[in-house]
Design a protein around this ligand. Structure first.
Ligand code: ATP
Ligand code: MG
Length: 774
């Protein structure tokens, strides 16, 4: 870096003030696009470059791991050095997971503790609920899980839960008085399994700091500077942890916008912003009022919307940017027409205004809305990527394989052990498993340890032999951990367990897909093992433990490492902090947005309005707001009124359009028809969706771009591929058109590498896949 002062060039006065403020608490409360994240990033570079603060002494907490990676990279570039790699930057969850790795033993967990994702947590809950002889239809694991999660985020442990008058009242009101009891059993089971769920990563971190003074001192001393982005969405446990860590040096800088607080359903509270000034003396408060992101027109709309909220810190937001085009407000007949309109407009904007695909985002309130958009984009051949749909890591075959990795790292991990004990089938039946679990519970040992004592509970003969072989195999894998990286161990597992072979021998289409997925997983482990910088694990740690932690903590927005030129589809929740040239916000209808579940109190409605504000302020140059007269929801055709938020927009800012579209056919089955067609074209069912907008940001996602499904040509008929040559053009029924790069494999099992236009390079086994030579 030539001159450190250059960092300040181009910043406005208050931005500069914030960047150059060195010691003492600092709070930046400012509207969308005013450079909060930029200031935070520049401030870190300034601390390092100008004041020689050691990177090891800086902790920065971001909303996604991707934001963290970008931040490191930018700081690296600003300083022209590799020092930035030593910064502690990440989400609360990933940073604390990393710290807990080295400190967990102090609170009774193994160093190699497992992190349970939402699925694992629900599965443990189901077991516990059944063991307590409660009905899991009434005590639905997801409902109970939400309740426990809320308690943990509010720092309420099982003991406090049981004695909390209000919680008891609430559980009695919903006729679920045993939640406290389940919570206690669940916490005990996770502990016994050597596992933490997502919420524990915060709760246990808090416990660690608040109960073990030397650990607290160590990290208070280490993190001399703490910076937190998106502070409006921190919850009580995050707030308490940052307060503990900052207590000695008080060099804490928080950045946020109360108007963008959209996670109260996860326990986030803007009280944290209001409280900040009371917690520290002499807080420097900086307001940023100039927006650098959006056109005048877009900003006008944003300001008009948010001023209808009563509960907010007053702010002005203005911009020097051009007025730009009016906001397009588009009505369509159906959700399918809405999808078509958006795909058409993307096509048109690309041609007319030279946008790249990556300049477009389609945002919506609920994941289920993506279907209509996907279908139209696919028809038009526009590459896209959905964030937050069913994730690669949630697929059965992937979870099974990962379960092996988990047991090998932590044999106490009962959830994982149950998945693999009889997979591939080795003749360990349900009764044996039940006996093992009972014996383990009675003797308070892990299920794996119980297996080792199988004769003690009456297992003998062939079953005993199978169990002993299984134990020997797992121990063999464990012996590899010491001197092998994650990839070598994973490879051995694939080979010795017989999983890869079993999937390979399954010649059905689904079997082939599963085989490909496992190969894909192995590839991604290889890639991770070979990558020089390892974001989340300890520096240089390429072991299996570090790998598992890293994939469990990927967030919605993290799956973008290829920076592919694709249109991005995501919920508004997932779009926080991001910006795009051209934004479509779909489904702006009553009952959908605002959601029917969030119109009963002013607080709920104001949160929906803040969500609308977040959506609108993602756009730099062009904004399209769309709504449909009718759409399918939960299998029914519903007619919706336009959203009340649209009434809040002055007519003069809008350019209204009706994007036509046909009426539904007489049976009203457009959507089902298309799903039907998709199934029968061999493209498989549409991906499953998560529930409305409630997906936590730290859910794992696929390592690779999702396949962009192709609709086969009407005359698609598989060709004889025995003489296929490199250079020939082919069509695959799922991956679309491409060119053959090479042919390898044996004569009776040839494998072609094909470079597909929209799906990149794939290896295709010609005996199974159907290709049409074009
Ligand atoms: P959000 O509230 O959405 O998180 P933010 O306040 O964090 O937004 P940034 O993302 O930091 O805003 O900045 C918005 C855009 O404005 C970015 O493209 C950033 O590079 C640009 N920007 C910020 N400050 C300046 C400046 N002084 N000069 C030029 N561009 C700027
Ligand atoms: Mg930001």
């Amino acid at each position: 870096m030539q001159n450190i002062e250059d960092l300040l060039k181009g910043l406005n006065e208050p931005q500069r003030e914030a960047v150059t403020h060195v010691n003492g608490p600092l709070m930046i409360v400012a509207g969308a696009g005013s450079g909060k994240t930029k200031v935070l990033t520049t401030r870190i570079a300034w601390l390092m470059g100008k004041h020689n603060v050691d990177a090891f002494n800086i902790l920065a907490l971001t909303f996604t791991n991707k934001a963290a990676a970008e931040m490191k990279e930018r700081i690296g570039r600003m300083l022209g050095s590799n020092e930035a790699r030593n910064l502690y930057v990440g989400t609360f969850h990933s940073v604390f997971a990393r710290i807990l790795r080295s400190e967990a033993e102090k609170i009774g967990y193994p160093r190699s503790f497992t992190i349970y994702d939402t699925d694992d947590s629900r599965s443990v809950l189901k077991t516990v609920i059944n063991e307590l002889n409660l009905d899991d239809k009434h005590y639905k694991p997801n409902v109970v899980h939400n309740r426990i999660s809320a308690a943990k985020n509010a720092l309420v442990g099982p003991a406090e839960y049981a004695t909390d008058y209000y919680l008891q009242q609430e559980d009695a009101r919903t006729n679920r008085p045993a939640i406290g009891m389940i919570y206690k059993a669940y916490a005990a089971r996770c502990f016994k399994n050597g596992a933490m769920d997502f919420d524990d990563l915060l709760l246990k971190m808090y416990e660690l700091l608040s109960t073990i003074p030397e650990v607290l001192h160590k990290y208070q001393h280490k993190f001399k500077y703490i910076l937190i982005d998106e502070y409006q969405d921190t919850n009580p446990v995050q707030y308490q942890i940052s307060k503990l860590l900052a207590a000695v040096h008080e060099n804490i800088c928080v950045v946020g916008d109360d108007a963008q607080s959209i996670y109260s359903f996860r326990g986030a509270t803007i009280e944290n912003i209001l409280q900040f000034q009371k917690d520290y003396d002499d807080v420097k408060v900086v307001k940023l009022e100039q927006n650098y992101r959006s056109s005048q027109s877009i900003l006008n709309v944003a300001n008009e919307v948010i001023k209808n909220n009563k509960g907010q810190i007053p702010k002005v937001l203005w911009t020097d940017n051009k007025e730009g085009e009016k906001i397009k407000l588009v009505r369509t007949m159906t959700d399918n027409d809405e999808g078509k309109f958006v795909a058409d407009s993307i096509q048109e904007q690309r041609l007319r205004n030279h946008y790249r695909n990556a300049d477009f985002a389609i945002l919506y309130r609920t994941n289920a809305q993506s279907r209509a958009f996907e279908e139209s984009l696919r028809k038009m051949g526009i590459p896209y990527r959905i964030y937050g749909g069913i994730s690669f890591y949630q697929r059965k075959e992937i979870k099974d394989f990962l379960a092996y990795l988990r047991v090998i790292v932590n044999t106490k991990d009962e959830e994982a052990l149950k998945r693999i004990i009889n997979y591939p089938v080795r003749g360990i039946g349900k009764t044996t498993i039940e006996k093992t679990v009972i014996y383990a519970n009675e003797n308070n040992i892990s299920m794996f340890d119980a297996l080792e004592q199988a004769p003690a509970f009456g297992i003998k003969g062939g079953t005993l032999e199978v169990i002993q072989n299984f134990i020997t195999m797992i121990k063999y894998f464990r012996s590899l951990l010491q001197n092998n990286d994650a990839y070598s161990v994973a490879q051995q597992i694939g080979k010795h367990t017989g999983i890869v072979k079993e999937l390979f021998n399954d010649k059905t289409t689904e079997g082939l897909a599963r085989y490909e997925n496992i190969q894909e997983l192995l590839n991604s482990i290889k890639e991770w093992t070979e990558s020089p910088a390892n974001e989340e694990g300890e520096v240089g740690d390429k072991g299996l433990g570090a790998y598992l932690q890293q994939i469990t903590l990927l967030t919605d927005a993290d799956d973008d490492k290829e920076n592919a030129d694709v249109v991005k589809l995501m919920t508004i929740h997932a779009a926080k902090g991001l910006e795009f040239g051209c934004v479509f916000v779909g489904g702006i209808e009553e009952t959908l947005f605002p959601s029917a579940m969030s119109i009963n109190t002013r607080e709920e409605l104001e949160e929906e309005r803040r969500l609308f504000y977040v959506a609108v302020t993602r756009a730099k140059e062009r904004l399209f707001l769309t709504y449909a007269n009718s759409r399918y929801r939960f299998g029914n055709l519903v007619q919706n009124e336009p959203s009340r938020f649209l009434d809040e927009l002055p007519e003069s800012f809008l350019d209204r359009t009706f994007a036509g579209g046909g009426a539904r056919n007489s049976s009203g089955l457009n959507n089902m028809g298309s799903a039907f067609q998709r199934m029968h074209r061999g493209m498989g069912p549409a991906p499953e969706r998560k529930s409305e907008g409630s997906k936590p940001s730290y859910m794992p996602v696929a390592p690779k771009q999702q396949t962009i499904n192709h609709i086969p040509s009407p005359d698609f008929a598989p060709s004889d591929t025995s003489g296929l040559q490199p250079g020939q053009k082919v069509e695959h029924q799922k991956f679309g058109f491409g060119e053959v790069i090479k042919i390898e494999g044996s004569a009776h099992n040839p494998v072609a590498t094909v470079k597909f236009e929209h799906n990149g390079e794939k290896k295709i086994m010609l005996n199974y896949a159907k290709l049409r030579i074009v």
